[in-house]
Structure formats: C-alpha cells, structure tokens
Unconditional design. Structure first.
Length: 276
C-alpha cells in the first residue's frame, strides 16, 4: 500500500467465504478489496454481490483470466477489471486510482465508530438527519443508521465542503439579455465550491452558443465520455458534456460526481416521478 502512495492495513484471505462471513456477520469494514472470480465455494461475482449491500461504497478490483465476466462486473459497479495476463501492467495503476478516489471520499464521509462496528457514510448519500429519542437517525442511500449523539453534534461534525450540481438551469425569455444567468452563476461561484453542470454536445448553433456562454462564465468542458442516466426505466441515457468551475475535474472527482448523480440524484428523480 505504501508503494501506491498510501498506508493501510492489509488482510489476506485464503477463502472468499471467510471474507464474506467477516463482512456480513462480524461487520468488518474494507475500503478496497481485490478478488479473483473463479474460487472454491462462492465465486468472486457472488461474493461481490453479497458484499455490496453491506459495503455499498467499497472499491472492488477483479483479477481474473475470464474476460467474459467483464459485463457482469460492470453491472455490479466494480471499480476495475484486471486480466491476469496484464496484471504487471495494470494492477498497480488500478490500485493507485482506487486509493485516489478513496482519499477524495474519505474526507467527505461521516464515520460512526463503536466497540462493535465501523461505518462510513458519504456526505453525498445522506438524505436527511432526524432525532429519534437520544439518537440521531441518518437516512442515506445505503439505509438508515443511528448514532447516540445530539442533532447539533452531528451537524457540527458534518461541517464539510461539497460540490454543487446544477441539474437544470434556465432563464425566462423575458429576462434574457440582462445578464441574470451570469449573475446567478457568479453567486454560485461565491460559495467557493466546485460547480458542475451538464450541457448538450455542441453540434448546432444553439448548443454551441450555450457552451460559449458557460465558458465566458468561467466553466471548462471536461474530457470524460459522459452519459446522463435515463429519467424513466426502459429508456436509454443521453450523451452530455460535463462542465465545471473553477477548474476541470480530476478522474476521481468525476467518478465521485457520476456516482452521486446515479445513486442519489437519479434515485430521487425516479422515486418522485413514480409517486405521481
């Protein structure tokens, strides 16, 4: 781990079922797990599927000779897939990328630690916090967690910066040409947080002008091939350009944003739309 620019405890298992037991029964916590797919007992795919409900944010790297499992690995939100015949070339960089993302997220998690468990809840996945008796109850994407603290104490501990995501940004026709859009973006920039938005690819006059407007306002287009998830089940996502201010996003920052978009924003959108 120190060769990859980080230090941490490494635990080695000779059987995947032992790892699964420690996580599901004894509440062991891991940031990063390296798994083979073909193993005695439960396969790596089965173990990953069982681990995810307990550790929804764990980064899993598959090391295997079976390329045919790559699609299934993608559906399980596996962080990286490393073929065994390319392990010398790809494993080190895969671990480095995982550590960068973990480090980025680590300062933005709420940690609940007791004598029997350690739980990390990413800020971006927290829906709301409420009082329940002498506990603070945190409702998040991964479920509900309770901590024996006051709401005030939890709010003070949650004092952290986060990016701002603009899902839709529009100006009424009668207000256009008066720089209201630019002023609104300047106000958001005053929050001293990274501001992220999505636009259509610049393929016609309207989309080209829109991109230039954001560039004049200090936004930069990012290089990532980005697909916005569909708002309705059964439909395909659509290609968009991710723009950010004041700087371009790193790969780790983009992954964090894309995860937030899929697991928080779109989940809420689907719940809201299905309730009507």
């Amino acid at each position: 781990m120190q060769q990859c620019g980080s230090a941490g405890e490494i635990v080695t298992y000779t059987a995947g079922d032992n790892l699964l037991y420690d996580i599901t029964e004894d509440d062991f916590f891991f940031d990063l797990i390296l798994l083979d797919i073909e193993m005695p007992g439960n396969t790596g795919m089965e173990i990953a599927a069982s681990i995810k409900p307990c550790l929804p944010n764990v980064k899993i790297i598959f090391i295997t000779s079976h390329i045919e499992y790559a699609i299934d690995a993608f559906e399980l939100s596996i962080f990286r897939y490393v073929p065994k015949d390319e392990i010398d070339k790809r494993l080190f960089s895969a671990i480095q990328d995982a550590i960068k993302l973990i480090t980025l997220e680590d300062g933005k998690v709420y940690t609940i630690q007791t004598n029997s468990r350690l739980e990390k809840i990413p800020y971006r996945e927290i829906y709301y916090i409420e009082r329940e008796g002498k506990n603070a109850k945190i409702s998040a994407a991964g479920g509900v967690s309770k901590v024996r603290k006051s709401l005030q104490q939890v709010y003070e501990e949650l004092n952290a910066e986060e990016f701002i995501y603009i899902e839709h940004f529009c100006i009424l026709p009668e207000m256009r040409g008066k720089k209201y859009g630019q002023k609104a973006l300047e106000l958001l920039g005053g929050e001293r947080k990274t501001v992220i938005l999505e636009i259509d690819p610049p393929i016609d006059d309207v989309s080209v002008r829109r991109k230039r407007f954001y560039e004049r306002s200090g936004y930069q287009a990012n290089r990532f091939a980005h697909v916005h998830p569909p708002y309705k089940k059964g439909f395909k996502g659509h290609d968009l350009v991710v723009m950010s201010s004041p700087d371009q996003l790193s790969e780790a920052e983009y992954r964090a944003f894309n995860s937030y978009l899929s697991s928080v924003v779109m989940k809420r959108c689907l719940i809201t739309k299905s309730s009507y």
